[in-house]
Write a protein that binds this ligand. Structure first.
Ligand code: ATR
Length: 280
C-alpha cells in the first residue's frame, strides 16, 4: 500500500515475515461486511520499526496489528490504554484525534472466547493458570478485571510465577509446578498458557479428571486445534475454550477501530481459518 491509495488499510507488522492468519480473518470481515479496505503483512526489521510506526499513516495505514518482536516497542511509541500497560505489550494500533493509540486485545480475546464457549463460567471462585509468560499476563489481567476471586498461578520456574503474582497483588497466588494436582478439585477454570501441547512440544500432563464437574478448560495453544488437554477435558464432558477461538475474538477490536464496524466471529470464519491451519 502507498500513501496515494484511497482505500482504508491496516497491516500486521512483524519480523521476520511469518505466515499469519490475520489477513484471512480481516479479509473475511471486509468481504462479508462489504467494506472496501485492505489488510497486509509488513515485514519490518527492529531497526526500521520506530520509523514505520511513527509514520504509519504516511505509509498508507489507518492502524496495525503488531507481533513478535515489536510488541513492547509498540507500547513505548504510542499512547497505550490500561490493558496494554497491564500486559506490558501492545498488539493493536490506531489513530484517534491524530494521535497514535494502542491496546492489547489478547485480554478481551481470551475473555470473550470464554463467554462464547462457556457462558456463566465466571461464577467460579478459583481459577488455575499454568504458565507465567506474556500470554499468562493477559489471561490473569482479564480474570481479575472480571472479578474472579482467586487466581492460582503455577509455573515450571516458580520464581517467574512469584514475580508475576507480585505485580498483580493479593488475588493472584503463586503455586509450585508440583502443586497443580492438589488445586485441580477446586479449579472452576483451568487455563494452559504454557507452550506445552503445541505441535512439536510435549503434552501438558494434567489429570482433568480431578477438576470439578462444572470445570471449564481453556488452552491458548491452537496448533493443533485440539490439544491433548482439551481432548481429555472434552471426553470428560467438561466445557472447553480453544486457542483458535481466542485468536478470532482478539481480532475483533482492531477491525472495529480501523474500519468502523464491529465484526462477528461466525462459524463460517472459524471453518475458514481451521481449514488454513490444517493445511499447514
Ligand atoms: P508467552 O509469551 O507466549 O507466554 P513465554 O514467555 O516463552 O511465552 O512462556 C512460555 C511458558 O511456557 C512459560 O511459562 C514456560 O515456563 P518457564 O517460565 O518455566 O520457562 C512454559 N513452558 C515451556 N516449556 C515448558 C515445559 N516443558 N514444562 C513446563 N512449562 C513449560
Amino acid at each position: 500500500m502507498t500513501a496515494e491509495t484511497k482505500v482504508r488499510a491496516a497491516c500486521l507488522i512483524g519480523w521476520p515475515a511469518a505466515h499469519s492468519r490475520s489477513p484471512l480473518i480481516h479479509h473475511y470481515w471486509l468481504r462479508t461486511l462489504e467494506i472496501e479496505g485492505g489488510y497486509s503483512i509488513e515485514a519490518i526489521p527492529p531497526e526500521g520499526f520506530a520509523e514505520f510506526v511513527l509514520h504509519l499513516s504516511t505509509h498508507g495505514f489507518v492502524g496495525a496489528n503488531v507481533t513478535i518482536p515489536h510488541k513492547e516497542r509498540a507500547l513505548a511509541l504510542s499512547i497505550p490504554d490500561g490493558r496494554a500497560r497491564a500486559v506490558g505489550a501492545a498488539n493493536t494500533l490506531w489513530y484517534e484525534g491524530g494521535e497514535l493509540r494502542s491496546t492489547n486485545t489478547d485480554i478481551e480475546g481470551f475473555i470473550n472466547n470464554l463467554d462464547a464457549c462457556a457462558p456463566g463460567w465466571d461464577g467460579i471462585e478459583d481459577a488455575l493458570v499454568l504458565g507465567a509468560g506474556g500470554a499468562s499476563r493477559a489471561v490473569i489481567f482479564g480474570l481479575i478485571e472480571r472479578g474472579i476471586k482467586r487466581v492460582h498461578l503455577a509455573n515450571r520456574t516458580f520464581d517467574r510465577a512469584r514475580a508475576l503474582a507480585d505485580q498483580f497483588g493479593a488475588s493472584v497466588h503463586p503455586v509450585a509446578w508440583d502443586g497443580i494436582a492438589a488445586l485441580l478439585p477446586r479449579a472452576g477454570l483451568l487455563v494452559n498458557a504454557t507452550s506445552l501441547g503445541m505441535h512439536g512440544q510435549p503434552a501438558l500432563e494434567v489429570d482433568t479428571g480431578l477438576l470439578p464437574p462444572h470445570g471449564v478448560v481453556a488452552d491458548l495453544v491452537y496448533v493443533p486445534l485440539e490439544t491433548p488437554l482439551l481432548s481429555a477435558a472434552r471426553a470428560r464432558g467438561l466445557k472447553i475454550a480453544d486457542g483458535l477461538g481466542m485468536l478470532l475474538h482478539q481480532a475483533v477490536r482492531g477491525f472495529e477501530l480501523w474500519f468502523g464496524q464491529r465484526p462477528e466471529v461466525t462459524p463460517e470464519l472459524r471453518a475458514l481459518v481451521e481449514a488454513d491451519l490444517t493445511e499447514v
